[in-house]
Design a protein around this ligand. Structure first.
Ligand SMILES: [Zn+2]
Ligand SMILES: [Zn+2]
Length: 303
């Protein structure tokens, strides 16, 4: 159980030979969500041995190409690999039109259903509920409509301690009551409190993805208390003017968001291709938020 994040790409608009544009796989108990799909994402999936067909849904944060130019290629490959399972895509409205034009021009008809869910700045909140996780969108502050995403793991259910069953000789009916979260009151009047019979529930993981944006209070509440936060840090602090003009964040601003939102760990990414070494960005962020890591390709973060 828990959430695992694999970084597939973490560069900003221009890919380099070492770094691809944004994409990552969020794995909740083998149920995969692809977050953004920059150019070359399908090659990265192959490189890291991630099965395409396990991807249940794709979230696209916004319509800048470094976040979706890999999508038509990935859909085409899923088709060639004989995918039959529905694929859900959560994205701003223009995406569906763009994909359809490309398919129509090639006289291609995918052999699986693509179900589009339009993201709207005026209607953020829970966009997807699966057995394991709730996924929400949150508005961020970029040049065009752009969304952050929050993954909140759901309860794993109630487990009764084996010793408690033996000690109290619980009947099947009583066990069902405990599993439903109730106390047990016996005919003798004896009260068995639910919390004394069950295994302490494991903490539920929360992961937040925020890219691209300038720092803004619009998403602070949504990401509050995340176990892991991915936040873009396109520039170092000496480029803060440029960051502000292009609606991006600096390393220190990303770290400051993690601090303000009381997050446990921070991953920074969406690096400008001007940076060959990322160590200076990491060091700068760590001056404000110690528990920071770099989103390097292939890195896996477990929550
Ligand atoms: Zn971008
Ligand atoms: Zn952008």
């Amino acid at each position: 159980m828990g959430i695992s994040v694999t970084i597939l790409g973490s560069n900003s608009a221009i890919p380099t030979t070492e770094r691809r544009p944004t994409a990552q796989i969020v794995d909740v108990n083998q149920d995969y969500t692809l977050v953004d799909c920059g150019e070359g994402t399908q090659i990265q999936l192959r490189k890291y041995g991630i099965k395409f067909q396990r991807i249940s849904r794709i979230l696209i944060s916004h319509m800048h190409g470094d976040h979706y130019f890999g999508l038509i290629g990935l859909l085409n490959t899923m088709h060639l690999l004989c995918r039959e399972k529905d694929l859900h895509i959560y994205a701003p409205a223009p995406l569906q039109k763009i994909i359809n034009i490309q398919l129509e021009a090639a006289h291609s008809k995918l052999r699986f259903n693509v179900i589009y869910h339009e993201l709207s700045m005026g209607n953020c909140g829970v966009i997807c509920e699966s057995k394991q996780v709730d996924i929400s969108s949150t508005p961020v502050k970029h040049r065009i409509d752009c969304f952050g995403f929050v993954f909140q793991e759901k309860s794993h259910g109630i487990n009764i301690r084996k010793e408690a069953i033996q000690q109290h000789n619980l009947t099947l009916e009583e066990i069902l009551q405990v599993k439903a979260g109730k106390d047990v009151i016996r005919e003798s009047g004896e009260l068995l409190k639910n919390k004394e019979l069950i295994v302490d529930p494991a903490p539920l993981a929360k992961y937040s993805f925020i890219s691209d944006t300038k720092p803004n209070p619009s998403y602070l509440d949504a990401i509050q208390d995340s176990d892991l936060l991915y936040h873009e840090a396109t520039f170092m602090n000496d480029m803060s003017k440029r960051a502000n003009e292009t609606f991006h964040s600096t390393t220190t601003q990303a770290a400051d968001v993690a601090l303000k939102a009381n997050c446990k760990r921070l991953i920074i990414g969406h690096f400008s291709s001007r940076y060959h070494s990322l160590e200076p960005l990491l060091n700068e962020a760590r001056q404000t938020f110690k528990n920071t890591e770099l989103a390097v390709e292939g890195a896996v973060f477990n929550v």
